[in-house]
Design a protein around this ligand. Structure first.
Ligand code: HT7
Ligand code: ZN
Length: 878
């Protein structure tokens, strides 16, 4: 696979103004006729041959301006169609191809999910349907005609507005024609054909236009799409109110399918979703599922402007649509739910996946400069760090100026394929700022470390804060320049009073906003009129995606947890205290010493638990211990998950023992009242109750087990049922096995719920789990071909069960490798993604590192490995 480089970008040699597609759907031999109107691109190479992309295509016939071409007039291979001689003026090309949707197990291009036909074209799936200039900067107007057997596919959908539909005389076939008036790149093309149930609604836009909304699901599951429909309408209104963006077609359709490589896809007017992000009922979905549906529905809808109306010039600009759209969906969720809790969960997600990615061999800039396989760049760095960069930009220039910049962006680049530079130019113009240093965030990989040091002078009543930044080398990038880091800060007196900031080392607006900018390697700020040694609240709201070091002294953290008015930093203080307590246990264990207790931390948690009624969702977050994955990341090197897990469980038991009575009281106090509602308030109460149950079980396993069994039996919703099952899973024994069995019996016909059943078993942190997972792979409900099921069992095992996955006998690595190699020929995208669970392998201690390295070398040596998996394995070894 040849590398693709950003610096090699050249405009296409041809433009395709319109595309007429004619599909005759058939399970194994679908016929596609694509009629393209082409002309030379004035920006292309004059006289260049026409070279169209393909992937595993079978060409049936070819006509140029209506004349059938003979085989000597073109060169066709499954992955390329070349015409050396084409007219200089505009011309039409009619290409007939034949594709087999049933054999398409890659789930890219036209494939079948259950009994439905559907497509997935991002990033390079359209070329698996017809030969095309399959690149995001070729924008065309599409008309799509679909013909199918009406008994098999009564529903026929494509992008845009419906134009015509009817029956075909003399049989059971029918057709539908759709036209999308908005020029779009091929990756946004979609069609669906199938026998589906539907939920309908409508939305009146801000200018008074009526839009018909529909969500298509498996028959019988219509009621489970109601929440998604509500989320869609709220998203449409929110984008009007917050960004002035109105929907532009007469219809907006969503289709839920059960076989999907990712979460969802923003095809113009026809979003296709993994059904996990559409279907929900209180009995089958958790609060987390509801929040996920709300976020993904919003995300895909927001792409209509950030991604579709303004698309990307090339795939290096992926963050332009993904980072920006994640930022928009985060803001939406913050407005719909609790802003502080939303921010905490964003940062938890970023640290869980993106920080390890940025610190390991797969590190890449938010805008990469080279790729071998674009599908491997739908990463947390592009999405989540990309979103953080947009947030940081808003922090730097202020919310109002940011909104002005967005208006300029929408106005100026509507209908175009844009770049990160185009995007930043709008904010430079709106703010009058030079954003060239800020742009480094897009090209430089790695997480900057922000270190701080404070010195108080009691005589001068001054406090001097020194901030420094450093970014360590990442693969292929050794020299790192300082970036601009917005550091939100506040000083508190020892009794919690917020101090006015006065300093000659900062600009007045920095002081009034409580936001200083670190642009060089170091900055020193002396604050005046500081009556006593202050408590420093730094990086408030996580104002930049950096690692902050070192954590303040424990006494200061306890004070921060008590009175910081920034909820994010209150949560961070609790996390830092927990990390300190766990690592103290790790050190003691390594030295064979008795485990040290953490009375200050435990007392702070008691206060949180007792006062949880004020904000249960926040309290639940602050009471939760860092995961073993958090511990691995914080340790950074020589990671032994067994030692981390044992230390974490030790602290959990200490807390549970000390807070048993308070936890039991909280468990009783936060019992569900009234019918289940998936709103933030209800979810917060349930989250707190789950934490309380875990604490009871930690302090008194018998009592916790009894409560969990009772909750499991009587739970009125999936959130409670699953928190009970999680507690039982950890406690083990017959009660656990009985609960798993009864759960299976109850939900055997519900694939999304069964995914939870598989996942929870895969994450039990005890040595026997690896065998359990192997056994579950032979379960009749397990499938290597359904991505959700595969992720539920194997993905959960590799990503969320560190002790088993990293078992010293190598059994976890054996299992992953076996599955990756099994899945790879069928679905390379999913195989490569599973293998990415080794992203942080270099931080492991030596014995495990050697085991992983041997496995990666084995994989690389395999013949016939897909480009996707080879790319991950090769880079992981770098
Ligand atoms: N833009 C979509 C990305 C996506 C995708 C990419 C590669 C292979 C399959 C895929 N399915 C969806 C989803 C999004 O970020 O909105
Ligand atoms: Zn997206």
């Amino acid at each position: 696979n040849v590398p693709v480089r950003l610096t090699d970008y050249r405009p296409a040699d041809f433009l395709i103004d319109s595309v007429a597609l004619d599909f005759r759907l058939d399970r194994t031999a679908t016929r596609v006729v694509a009629t393209l109107t082409l002309r030379r691109n004035p920006k292309g190479v004059p006289g260049a041959a026409l070279v169209l992309d393909g992937d595993e295509l079978t060409l049936v016939s070819l006509k140029l301006d209506g004349r059938a071409l003979g085989p000597q007039e073109y060169e066709a291979t499954p992955d390329r169609l070349t015409l050396s001689a084409v007219p200089d003026g505009p011309f039409t090309l009619e290409i007939e191809t034949r594709v087999d949707p049933t054999a398409n197990t890659q789930l890219s291009g036209l494939y079948r999910s259950g009994s439905a036909y559907c497509t997935q074209c991002e990033a390079e799936g359209f070329r698996r349907i017809t030969y095309f200039l399959d690149r995001p900067d070729v924008l065309s107007v599409y008309t799509t005609r679909i013909e199918a057997d009406e008994r098999e596919a009564p529903v026929l959908l494509a992008n845009g507005n419906p134009v015509e539909a009817g029956k075909i005389a003399g049989g059971s076939r029918h057709y539908a024609v759709w036209r999308d008036p908005f020029p779009k790149p091929s990756y946004l093309f979609a069609l669906v054909g199938g026998d589906l149930g539907v939920v309908r609604d409508s939305f009146t836009t801000m200018s008074g236009r009526e839009v018909a909304l529909a969500i298509y699901v498996e028959h019988g599951k219509e009621a489970r799409a109601e929440y998604a429909m509500d989320a869609l309408k709220r998203s449409m209104r929110w984008d009007e109110e917050k960004f002035g963006r109105e929907y532009d077609l007469d219809v907006f359709n969503i289709v839920a399918v059960s076989d999907f490589n990712m979460g969802a896809m923003e095809n113009k007017g026809l979003n296709v979703f993994n059904d996990k992000y559409v279907l929900a009922s209180p009995e089958t979905a958790t609060d987390g599922d509801y929040a996920g549906i709300e976020a993904v529905i919003a995300h895909e809808y927001f792409h209509n402007w950030t991604g579709n109306r303004i698309t990307c010039r090339d795939w290096f600009q992926l963050c332009l649509k993904e980072g920006l759209t994640v930022f928009r969906d985060h803001e939406f969720s913050a407005d719909m739910r609790s802003r502080p809790v939303q921010r905490i969960s964003e940062v938890r997600g970023l640290r869980l996946v993106q920080f390890p990615e940025d610190a390991g061999p797969l590190a890449h800039p938010v805008r990469p400069s080279v790729y071998h396989e674009i599908n491997n760049f739908y990463t947390s760095t592009v999405y989540e760090k990309g979103s953080e960069l947009v947030r940081m930009l808003r922090t730097l220039i202020g919310a109002e100026t940011f909104r002005r910049g967005m208006d300029i962006y929408f106005e100026r680049f509507d209908g175009t394929a844009a770049t990160v530079e185009d995007f930043l130019s709008c904010f430079a113009e709106a703010s009058g700022r030079d954003l060239s240093q800020f742009a480094l965030w897009y090209s430089q990989a790695g997480t900057p470390v922000l270190s701080s040091e404070g010195a108080y002078d009691p005589d001068a009543k001054t406090f001097t804060l020194t901030l420094k930044q450093e970014t360590r080398p990442t693969p292929g990038q050794t020299d790192k320049k300082p970036v601009v880091i917005p550091v939100a800060l506040a000083l508190f007196s020892e009794n919690g009073q917020k101090l006015d900031l006065a300093s000659r080392d900062a600009r007045p607006e920095e002081l009034s906003r409580g936001l200083v900018e670190l642009t060089g390697a170091e900055r020193r700020l002396t604050f005046e009129n500081v009556p006593s040694r202050p408590i420093v609240s730094l990086l408030r709201g996580f104002s930049a995606p950096v690692r902050l070091e070192p954590a303040p002294a424990s006494a200061d953290l306890e004070r921060q947890l008590a009175f910081d008015d920034d909820p994010f930093n209150r949560w961070q203080a609790a996390q830092s205290l927990a990390l300190r307590a766990i690592f103290a246990r790790v050190d003691a264990a390594r030295q064979g010493a008795a485990a040290p207790e953490a009375p200050g931390y435990v007392a702070a948690l008691r206060t949180l638990l007792v006062g949880a009624d004020a904000d249960p969702a926040f309290a639940a977050q602050a009471l939760s211990l860092p995961s073993v994955i958090d511990l691995a990341r914080e340790a950074g090197s020589d990671v032994d998950p067994d030692v981390h897990h044992a230390a974490r469980m030790g602290l959990r038991a200490e807390i549970g023992g000390a807070l048993r009575a308070d936890a039991e009281a909280a468990y009783a106090r936060f019992a569900d009242k009234g019918p289940y509602r998936p709103d933030a308030a209800g979810a917060g109460r349930r989250a707190l109750r789950a934490v309380a149950l875990d604490l009871v079980a930690a302090g008194d396993p018998q009592k916790g087990g009894a409560l969990a069994q009772e909750l499991f039996r009587n739970a009125g919703n999936m959130t409670d049922r699953l928190s009970a099952l999680t507690t039982l899973a950890l406690l083990g024994g017959d009660a656990r096995e009985a609960a798993f069995e009864s759960f299976y019996k109850q939900f055997a016909d519900d694939p999304l719920v069964l995914d939870k059943w598989f996942s929870l078993q895969a994450t039990i942190p005890e040595p026997a789990t690896t065998q359990r997972v192997i056994k579950l792979m032979s379960h009749p409900d397990f499938s290597l071909t359904n991505p959700n099921r595969l992720r539920a069992l194997i993905g959960a095992f590799a990503n969320a069960n560190l002790t088993c996955f990293h078992a010293l006998d190598g059994s976890g690595y054996d299992l992953l490798t076996r599955v990756v190699l099994d899945v790879d020929p069928r679905n390379p995208q999913v195989a490569a993604r599973l293998l990415s669970s080794l992203r942080a392998w270099r931080t492991l201690e030596a014995r495990r590192r050697a085991l992983v390295e041997a496995k990666l070398r084995d994989i690389v040596a395999r013949e016939g490995l897909s480009a996707d998996t080879r790319d991950i394995a090769t880079r992981a070894l770098a």
